[in-house]
Design a protein. Structure first.
Length: 225
């Protein structure tokens, strides 16, 4: 399943977790170790650029964190990031350089690459969002199946391949430059290839190829690139 491989989804130089992710084939394999990775590298961060704001919480001095935001470790907020009013970061989270976590947005067990925007009423859990990806207002990652079964990644548009993940909690893997329209739901096990667009109010599942436009499950159109 080539689309879902880390090397085909992400620019690893655009996250502080690049070396960590490089050891895996598929991004969901990294979800279980995010907390331990943060605890490992947090104490090594340059004290001229980062400050510790509580147990296992490191925030870049150049980042902007609104007083009403809730921060729980393990957590790294990288340089020039912006954490806005009433953001709720529950821990096991990396927020990349220049990224925006907006009002009433909730994060949990995530890697947010550099220059990502989750700016308005988003829920992002057990997910990895690639460089310059953007989730429109109200769009969310659903990270647990309704039947509580383990998540299987399904390539329904190309190879028809299926990969059992062994994970009960798995939200979405968004490649670089992905655009998710407002009020969309990314179902457990969704993988969206780089440079793809999801129409607003979509209900998405499976592996969406790179450079595609997702209109609905019957209409996934390849871009002319």
């Amino acid at each position: 399943m080539e689309t879902a491989r880390i090397k085909n989804l992400y620019t690893l130089e655009e996250t502080i977790a690049g070396e960590y992710l490089a050891q895996f084939t598929y991004p969901w394999e990294a979800l279980k170790g995010i907390s331990d990775f943060i605890r490992k590298i947090g104490p090594t961060l340059d004290s001229e650029k980062y400050e510790q704001r509580g147990e296992d919480i490191w925030v870049a001095k150049s980042a902007t964190v609104f007083p009403s935001a809730y921060l729980h470790g393990p957590l790294i907020i990288d340089e020039e990031a912006e954490i806005r009013h009433c953001a709720f970061i529950r821990g096991s989270a990396i927020v990349g350089k220049g990224s925006v976590v907006g009002n009433s947005t909730e994060l949990k067990n995530v890697i947010i690459f550099n220059s990502v925007q989750v700016p308005h009423y988003n829920y992002v859990g057990d997910s990895i969002l690639g460089y310059k990806s953007h989730m429109g207002a109200g769009s969310i990652t659903s990270n647990v199946k309704s039947d509580k079964e383990l998540v299987v990644v399904k390539d329904v548009y190309d190879t028809k391949e299926e990969i059992p993940t062994g994970l009960k909690k798995f939200g979405a893997m968004l490649g670089d430059y992905v655009e998710v329209g407002c009020n969309s739901v990314l179902n457990p096990g969704t993988v969206v290839g780089p440079h793809s667009n999801i129409y607003p109010t979509s209900c998405v599942r499976g592996v969406i190829p790179a450079n595609s436009i997702y209109k609905d499950k019957e209409h996934v159109v390849r871009k002319n690139v």
